[in-house]
Design a protein around this ligand. Structure first.
Ligand SMILES: NC(=O)c1ccc[n+]([C@@H]2O[C@H](COP(=O)([O-])OP(=O)(O)OC[C@H]3O[C@@H](n4cnc5c(N)ncnc54)[C@H](OP(=O)(O)O)[C@@H]3O)[C@@H](O)[C@H]2O)c1
Length: 255
Protein backbone atom coordinates (compact mmCIF):
# COMPACT_ATOMS: atom_id res chain seq x y z
CA UNK A 1 0.00 0.00 0.00
CA UNK A 2 1.41 3.41 -0.93
CA UNK A 3 2.18 5.28 2.28
CA UNK A 4 0.59 8.50 3.53
CA UNK A 5 3.04 10.48 1.39
CA UNK A 6 1.97 8.54 -1.73
CA UNK A 7 5.36 6.82 -2.05
CA UNK A 8 5.73 3.30 -3.43
CA UNK A 9 6.38 0.69 -0.73
CA UNK A 10 6.43 -2.45 -2.90
CA UNK A 11 7.44 -3.09 -6.49
CA UNK A 12 7.38 -6.07 -8.87
CA UNK A 13 9.73 -5.84 -11.86
CA UNK A 14 9.07 -7.94 -14.97
CA UNK A 15 12.57 -8.08 -16.43
CA UNK A 16 14.41 -7.94 -13.12
CA UNK A 17 17.93 -7.61 -14.56
CA UNK A 18 17.18 -4.42 -16.51
CA UNK A 19 19.66 -1.58 -16.05
CA UNK A 20 16.87 1.01 -16.00
CA UNK A 21 14.95 -1.24 -13.58
CA UNK A 22 18.01 -1.41 -11.33
CA UNK A 23 18.24 2.41 -11.21
CA UNK A 24 14.51 2.72 -10.52
CA UNK A 25 14.49 0.10 -7.74
CA UNK A 26 17.56 1.61 -6.06
CA UNK A 27 15.90 5.02 -6.14
CA UNK A 28 12.66 3.59 -4.71
CA UNK A 29 14.54 1.65 -2.02
CA UNK A 30 16.40 4.82 -1.01
CA UNK A 31 12.92 6.23 -0.39
CA UNK A 32 10.18 4.23 1.31
CA UNK A 33 10.08 1.06 -0.82
CA UNK A 34 10.82 -1.98 1.35
CA UNK A 35 9.70 -4.90 -0.86
CA UNK A 36 11.27 -5.54 -4.28
CA UNK A 37 10.32 -8.62 -6.32
CA UNK A 38 12.56 -9.18 -9.35
CA UNK A 39 11.02 -11.46 -11.97
CA UNK A 40 13.09 -12.75 -14.86
CA UNK A 41 15.10 -15.55 -16.34
CA UNK A 42 17.81 -17.48 -14.52
CA UNK A 43 20.43 -16.02 -16.86
CA UNK A 44 19.17 -12.54 -16.09
CA UNK A 45 21.45 -10.25 -14.07
CA UNK A 46 19.03 -10.24 -11.15
CA UNK A 47 21.43 -11.21 -8.34
CA UNK A 48 23.44 -8.02 -8.72
CA UNK A 49 20.26 -5.92 -8.90
CA UNK A 50 19.05 -7.65 -5.73
CA UNK A 51 22.32 -6.79 -3.95
CA UNK A 52 22.07 -3.15 -5.05
CA UNK A 53 18.47 -2.69 -3.88
CA UNK A 54 19.21 -4.42 -0.54
CA UNK A 55 22.15 -2.07 -0.01
CA UNK A 56 19.84 0.85 -0.84
CA UNK A 57 17.44 -0.10 1.99
CA UNK A 58 14.97 -2.70 0.71
CA UNK A 59 14.15 -5.27 3.41
CA UNK A 60 12.47 -7.99 1.33
CA UNK A 61 14.15 -8.71 -1.99
CA UNK A 62 13.06 -11.85 -3.83
CA UNK A 63 13.85 -13.38 -7.22
CA UNK A 64 11.07 -15.09 -9.18
CA UNK A 65 11.28 -17.04 -12.43
CA UNK A 66 9.36 -15.29 -15.22
CA UNK A 67 9.91 -15.87 -18.94
CA UNK A 68 8.25 -13.47 -21.34
CA UNK A 69 7.96 -16.08 -24.09
CA UNK A 70 5.93 -18.45 -21.89
CA UNK A 71 2.46 -16.83 -21.72
CA UNK A 72 0.86 -20.00 -20.33
CA UNK A 73 2.80 -19.47 -17.09
CA UNK A 74 2.14 -15.76 -16.63
CA UNK A 75 -1.12 -15.75 -14.66
CA UNK A 76 0.28 -18.38 -12.29
CA UNK A 77 3.54 -16.49 -11.71
CA UNK A 78 1.70 -13.21 -11.11
CA UNK A 79 -0.87 -14.83 -8.81
CA UNK A 80 1.91 -16.48 -6.77
CA UNK A 81 3.66 -13.13 -6.30
CA UNK A 82 0.50 -11.35 -5.14
CA UNK A 83 -0.56 -14.27 -2.93
CA UNK A 84 2.88 -14.42 -1.31
CA UNK A 85 3.75 -10.75 -0.90
CA UNK A 86 0.34 -9.10 -0.56
CA UNK A 87 -0.31 -5.64 -1.97
CA UNK A 88 2.01 -4.51 -4.74
CA UNK A 89 2.03 -0.75 -5.36
CA UNK A 90 3.98 -0.68 -8.60
CA UNK A 91 4.55 -3.20 -11.37
CA UNK A 92 7.42 -2.04 -13.57
CA UNK A 93 7.73 -3.71 -17.00
CA UNK A 94 11.17 -3.23 -18.61
CA UNK A 95 11.70 -6.66 -20.23
CA UNK A 96 12.72 -6.49 -23.84
CA UNK A 97 15.40 -7.01 -26.45
CA UNK A 98 16.67 -4.52 -29.01
CA UNK A 99 17.91 -7.14 -31.45
CA UNK A 100 19.41 -6.17 -34.77
CA UNK A 101 17.41 -5.27 -37.87
CA UNK A 102 19.74 -7.13 -40.25
CA UNK A 103 19.56 -10.25 -38.08
CA UNK A 104 15.75 -10.00 -37.97
CA UNK A 105 15.60 -9.76 -41.77
CA UNK A 106 17.92 -12.73 -42.31
CA UNK A 107 16.13 -14.85 -39.67
CA UNK A 108 12.39 -14.06 -39.52
CA UNK A 109 11.94 -16.51 -36.64
CA UNK A 110 14.21 -14.24 -34.55
CA UNK A 111 11.97 -11.31 -35.49
CA UNK A 112 8.94 -13.31 -34.32
CA UNK A 113 10.79 -14.08 -31.06
CA UNK A 114 11.33 -10.35 -30.49
CA UNK A 115 7.60 -9.81 -30.93
CA UNK A 116 6.95 -12.53 -28.34
CA UNK A 117 9.42 -11.06 -25.82
CA UNK A 118 8.70 -7.35 -26.30
CA UNK A 119 4.97 -7.47 -26.97
CA UNK A 120 2.97 -10.72 -26.73
CA UNK A 121 4.50 -11.84 -23.41
CA UNK A 122 3.99 -8.42 -21.89
CA UNK A 123 0.35 -8.35 -23.00
CA UNK A 124 -0.41 -11.63 -21.20
CA UNK A 125 1.60 -10.56 -18.14
CA UNK A 126 0.09 -7.07 -17.87
CA UNK A 127 -3.45 -8.45 -18.20
CA UNK A 128 -2.74 -10.84 -15.31
CA UNK A 129 -1.22 -7.98 -13.30
CA UNK A 130 -4.15 -5.67 -14.04
CA UNK A 131 -6.62 -8.26 -12.73
CA UNK A 132 -4.74 -8.49 -9.42
CA UNK A 133 -4.26 -4.73 -9.06
CA UNK A 134 -7.96 -4.20 -9.76
CA UNK A 135 -8.81 -6.73 -7.06
CA UNK A 136 -6.62 -4.91 -4.52
CA UNK A 137 -8.11 -1.56 -5.66
CA UNK A 138 -4.92 0.41 -6.20
CA UNK A 139 -1.55 0.32 -7.92
CA UNK A 140 0.31 1.41 -11.02
CA UNK A 141 1.78 -0.38 -14.03
CA UNK A 142 4.72 1.35 -15.74
CA UNK A 143 5.37 0.07 -19.26
CA UNK A 144 8.59 0.76 -21.19
CA UNK A 145 7.75 1.88 -24.68
CA UNK A 146 10.31 3.78 -26.82
CA UNK A 147 10.54 6.66 -29.24
CA UNK A 148 11.28 3.89 -31.76
CA UNK A 149 7.60 2.95 -31.55
CA UNK A 150 6.37 6.47 -32.19
CA UNK A 151 7.60 6.57 -35.79
CA UNK A 152 9.07 3.43 -37.37
CA UNK A 153 12.49 3.71 -39.05
CA UNK A 154 13.75 1.36 -41.71
CA UNK A 155 16.86 0.53 -39.65
CA UNK A 156 14.93 -0.78 -36.62
CA UNK A 157 11.32 -1.29 -37.63
CA UNK A 158 10.95 -4.76 -36.12
CA UNK A 159 11.91 -3.44 -32.67
CA UNK A 160 9.96 -0.24 -33.30
CA UNK A 161 6.82 -2.13 -34.22
CA UNK A 162 6.98 -4.20 -31.03
CA UNK A 163 7.13 -0.95 -29.06
CA UNK A 164 4.30 0.61 -31.10
CA UNK A 165 2.13 -2.40 -30.28
CA UNK A 166 3.08 -2.33 -26.62
CA UNK A 167 2.50 1.41 -26.39
CA UNK A 168 -1.00 1.09 -27.90
CA UNK A 169 -1.81 -1.84 -25.62
CA UNK A 170 -0.67 0.07 -22.53
CA UNK A 171 -2.71 3.15 -23.44
CA UNK A 172 -5.82 1.01 -23.96
CA UNK A 173 -5.21 -0.90 -20.74
CA UNK A 174 -4.86 2.39 -18.86
CA UNK A 175 -8.11 3.66 -20.32
CA UNK A 176 -9.88 0.42 -19.38
CA UNK A 177 -8.72 0.80 -15.76
CA UNK A 178 -9.95 4.36 -15.18
CA UNK A 179 -12.10 4.40 -12.05
CA UNK A 180 -10.62 1.19 -10.61
CA UNK A 181 -7.83 2.85 -8.58
CA UNK A 182 -5.25 1.33 -10.95
CA UNK A 183 -3.34 3.34 -13.53
CA UNK A 184 -0.88 2.74 -16.32
CA UNK A 185 2.02 5.02 -17.21
CA UNK A 186 3.79 4.71 -20.57
CA UNK A 187 7.48 5.65 -20.69
CA UNK A 188 9.00 6.67 -24.04
CA UNK A 189 12.77 6.95 -23.71
CA UNK A 190 15.18 7.88 -26.45
CA UNK A 191 18.71 6.45 -26.32
CA UNK A 192 19.68 5.29 -22.81
CA UNK A 193 23.22 4.18 -21.94
CA UNK A 194 22.62 0.59 -20.73
CA UNK A 195 23.80 -2.90 -21.65
CA UNK A 196 21.10 -2.87 -24.34
CA UNK A 197 22.85 -0.05 -26.22
CA UNK A 198 26.44 -0.91 -25.30
CA UNK A 199 28.85 -0.21 -28.19
CA UNK A 200 26.29 1.78 -30.17
CA UNK A 201 26.72 5.42 -31.18
CA UNK A 202 24.59 7.56 -28.88
CA UNK A 203 21.60 9.30 -30.46
CA UNK A 204 20.81 12.98 -29.79
CA UNK A 205 19.47 13.66 -26.28
CA UNK A 206 20.92 10.39 -24.98
CA UNK A 207 20.36 9.84 -21.27
CA UNK A 208 21.21 7.55 -18.35
CA UNK A 209 19.26 4.94 -16.34
CA UNK A 210 19.32 7.24 -13.28
CA UNK A 211 17.74 10.07 -15.22
CA UNK A 212 15.07 7.76 -16.67
CA UNK A 213 14.36 6.48 -13.13
CA UNK A 214 13.87 10.09 -11.98
CA UNK A 215 11.47 10.74 -14.88
CA UNK A 216 9.46 7.66 -13.82
CA UNK A 217 9.36 8.64 -10.14
CA UNK A 218 8.34 12.21 -11.01
CA UNK A 219 5.74 10.98 -13.51
CA UNK A 220 4.17 8.68 -10.94
CA UNK A 221 4.09 11.44 -8.34
CA UNK A 222 2.44 13.79 -10.83
CA UNK A 223 -0.13 11.18 -11.96
CA UNK A 224 1.10 11.31 -15.58
CA UNK A 225 -0.13 8.80 -18.17
CA UNK A 226 2.82 9.26 -20.54
CA UNK A 227 6.36 10.45 -19.94
CA UNK A 228 9.30 10.92 -22.30
CA UNK A 229 12.93 10.52 -21.28
CA UNK A 230 14.29 13.09 -21.59
CA UNK A 231 11.12 15.17 -21.63
CA UNK A 232 12.28 17.35 -24.50
CA UNK A 233 11.85 14.41 -26.94
CA UNK A 234 8.10 14.85 -26.97
CA UNK A 235 8.49 18.03 -29.05
CA UNK A 236 10.47 16.67 -32.03
CA UNK A 237 8.42 13.48 -32.03
CA UNK A 238 5.14 15.42 -32.10
CA UNK A 239 6.45 16.84 -35.38
CA UNK A 240 7.91 13.56 -36.68
CA UNK A 241 4.52 11.88 -36.31
CA UNK A 242 3.01 14.37 -38.76
CA UNK A 243 5.69 14.21 -41.47
CA UNK A 244 4.81 12.61 -44.80
CA UNK A 245 6.58 9.25 -45.18
CA UNK A 246 8.97 10.49 -47.88
CA UNK A 247 10.11 13.38 -45.68
CA UNK A 248 10.40 11.16 -42.59
CA UNK A 249 12.63 8.73 -44.53
CA UNK A 250 15.07 11.57 -45.22
CA UNK A 251 14.99 12.77 -41.60
CA UNK A 252 15.50 9.22 -40.29
CA UNK A 253 18.43 8.63 -42.66
CA UNK A 254 20.23 11.64 -41.21
CA UNK A 255 19.88 10.02 -37.76
N1 LIG B 1 18.29 1.39 -23.41
C1 LIG B 1 17.64 2.16 -24.26
O1 LIG B 1 18.23 2.98 -25.02
C2 LIG B 1 16.14 2.11 -24.35
C3 LIG B 1 15.48 3.09 -25.10
C4 LIG B 1 14.08 3.03 -25.20
C5 LIG B 1 13.38 2.01 -24.58
N2 LIG B 1 14.07 1.07 -23.86
C6 LIG B 1 13.30 -0.02 -23.28
O2 LIG B 1 13.44 0.03 -21.87
C7 LIG B 1 13.38 -1.29 -21.33
C8 LIG B 1 14.56 -1.52 -20.40
O3 LIG B 1 15.75 -1.33 -21.16
P1 LIG B 1 17.20 -1.48 -20.52
O4 LIG B 1 18.06 -0.54 -21.28
O5 LIG B 1 17.14 -1.44 -19.04
O6 LIG B 1 17.55 -2.93 -21.06
P2 LIG B 1 18.27 -4.18 -20.37
O7 LIG B 1 19.18 -3.74 -19.28
O8 LIG B 1 18.83 -4.97 -21.51
O9 LIG B 1 17.03 -4.94 -19.70
C9 LIG B 1 16.11 -5.70 -20.44
C10 LIG B 1 15.71 -6.87 -19.59
O10 LIG B 1 14.78 -7.69 -20.30
C11 LIG B 1 15.10 -9.04 -19.97
N3 LIG B 1 14.61 -10.01 -20.93
C12 LIG B 1 14.99 -10.16 -22.22
N4 LIG B 1 14.36 -11.20 -22.77
C13 LIG B 1 13.56 -11.72 -21.79
C14 LIG B 1 12.67 -12.82 -21.75
N5 LIG B 1 12.47 -13.62 -22.82
N6 LIG B 1 12.01 -13.06 -20.59
C15 LIG B 1 12.22 -12.29 -19.50
N7 LIG B 1 13.06 -11.25 -19.49
C16 LIG B 1 13.73 -10.96 -20.63
C17 LIG B 1 16.61 -9.03 -19.97
O11 LIG B 1 17.10 -10.19 -19.35
P3 LIG B 1 18.48 -10.89 -19.88
O12 LIG B 1 19.56 -10.05 -19.29
O13 LIG B 1 18.37 -12.27 -19.36
O14 LIG B 1 18.45 -10.84 -21.38
C18 LIG B 1 16.89 -7.75 -19.22
O15 LIG B 1 16.90 -7.95 -17.83
C19 LIG B 1 13.34 -2.23 -22.53
O16 LIG B 1 11.99 -2.62 -22.76
C20 LIG B 1 13.82 -1.38 -23.68
O17 LIG B 1 13.29 -1.80 -24.92
C21 LIG B 1 15.42 1.10 -23.72
Amino acid sequence: MRDALGEVQSVLVLGGGSDIGRALCVRLAQGRCRTVILAGRPEDDMESVAAAVSAAGAETVELVHWESTDPASHATVIDEVFDRFGDIDLVYVPAGILGDQAAFESDPTFAAKAVEINFAGLVSSCLAVAARLKAQGHGAIVVMSSVAGVRARKDNFVYGSTKAGLDAFAQGLGDSLVGTGVRVMVVRPGFVHTKMTEGMDAAPFSTTPDKVAQVIVDGLAAGRETVWAPGILKFPFAGFRMLPRAVWRKVAERG
